[in-house]
Design a protein around this ligand. Structure first.
Ligand SMILES: *Cc1c(COP(=O)(O)O)cnc(C)c1O
Length: 350
């Protein structure tokens, strides 16, 4: 018998809230539910952070799995906000449909998130640290089968870990390089939040990182002329006249909830025009600002993009543009309960 090394749960009073990064940290309880005989069984919280599954599980061999990422935020009054968990539930249902998995009902998804946050409240970074409790829901095909078919059983889990502020002391632009690889095929699984897309992105990311870029930018897989995604984040840009928020439209992009939230705020709070359309890689001079957006960073301003031998720099390349800054402040203010939220964007943890 070999012993499995199981990480201990750290004492929350020993955590340095201001210097948390984005790394796995075991918290006391996580949610698990099983789908068997055609139905979801009642889920429960468990201290067991290991997943015990058949060696033949489709999640291990055929990539039948998908996941989500969202955060819980501690507000000034001590209450806890979840940001648009219904959107994550809907997106996971779309990913599941594409991968022939049973959807987790939205009520069950949101209830699981609520339970996990409540059970691990001591690990929620205090208000003012810029940290949050990151939730990772996942859905995997499991059970005894070796045929290339959908799994006989599924597990839905949600675990939580405290994460730090992505930017400490102001938004700092990052530098990106256009990849020769594709992240997803035109009619493939790009719109599903599934591990296979991430497996395909590990090598391009490493090659970009070796060249000291933050990540790579993927072009549309059919023509390689338009920006699709920035690593595992969506792309947006602001036109030179400062009047329009533009973001790529494509069936192989993962629909970022942050991106659609920014799009709404750009229109309703900043009074900008918005467009989901084509962002040609050889027309970057049409834009004064650009950014990558997703739950992890909210916005990572883009300082420059290297495309072949051509380096395009946005502004000075060393500071975030004014509209990027306004969008960031507006969205983060809503998440921490400092600014009024559009209807249904905030769900309080009860
Ligand atoms: C999760 C993800 C994003 C960001 O989505 P958010 O809902 O904003 O966190 C963007 N691109 C890819 C490929 C993703 O997996």
């Amino acid at each position: 018998m070999t012993a499995t090394i199981i990480p201990a749960v750290p004492d929350p009073t020993t955590l340095d809230w201001n210097n948390l990064g984005f790394q796995y940290l075991k918290t006391p309880l996580r949610y698990r539910a099983h789908w068997r005989n055609g139905a979801w069984q009642a889920g429960e919280l468990t201290p067991d952070a290991q997943v015990h599954i058949s060696e033949s599980s489709t999640a291990l061999h055929y990539g039948q799995q998908c996941f989500e990422g969202l955060k819980a935020y501690r507000c000034a009054d001590g209450s806890i906000n979840l940001f648009r968990p219904d959107q994550n539930a809907q997106r996971m249902a779309r990913s599941a449909a594409r991968l022939l998995m049973p959807a987790v009902p939205a009520e069950m998804f949101i209830d699981a998130c609520q339970q996990v946050v409540r059970a691990n409240q001591a690990y929620l970074p205090p208000y003012g640290t810029g940290g949050s409790l990151y939730l990772r829901p996942f859905l995997i095909g499991v059970g005894d089968t070796i045929a290339v078919t959908s799994a006989p059983e599924f597990i839905f889990g949600v675990f939580a870990l405290p994460v730090g502020a992505y930017f400490k002391g102001g938004l700092t632009p990052s530098h990106f390089v256009v990849s020769d690889y594709d992240r997803a095929a035109p009619n493939g699984t790009g719109a599903a939040k599934t591990g296979g897309n991430y497996a395909a992105s590990l090598l391009p990311h490493q090659q970009a990182a070796e060249r000291h870029f933050a990540d790579c930018i993927y072009l549309d897989p059919a023509t390689h002329t338009k920006i699709e995604e920035v690593g595992a984040a969506n792309f947006f840009a602001i036109t030179q006249d400062g009047k329009k928020f533009v973001t790529p439209k494509s069936s192989s992009i993962l629909a970022s909830i942050t991106k659609y939230s920014l799009l709404t705020l750009a229109r309703e709070r900043l009074g900008l025009d918005t467009e989901e359309g084509d962002v040609y890689i050889d027309r970057l001079s049409d834009y004064s600002e650009a950014g990558a957006c997703g739950t992890a960073a909210v916005i990572a301003p883009i300082g420059s993009i290297l495309y072949g031998d051509t380096l395009h720099t946005f502004g000075t390349g060393t500071e975030a543009g004014p509209i990027t800054g306004q969008l960031y402040n507006e969205l983060v203010g809503i998440q921490y309960g400092e600014k009024p939220a559009p209807a249904d964007w905030i769900v309080k943890v009860q």
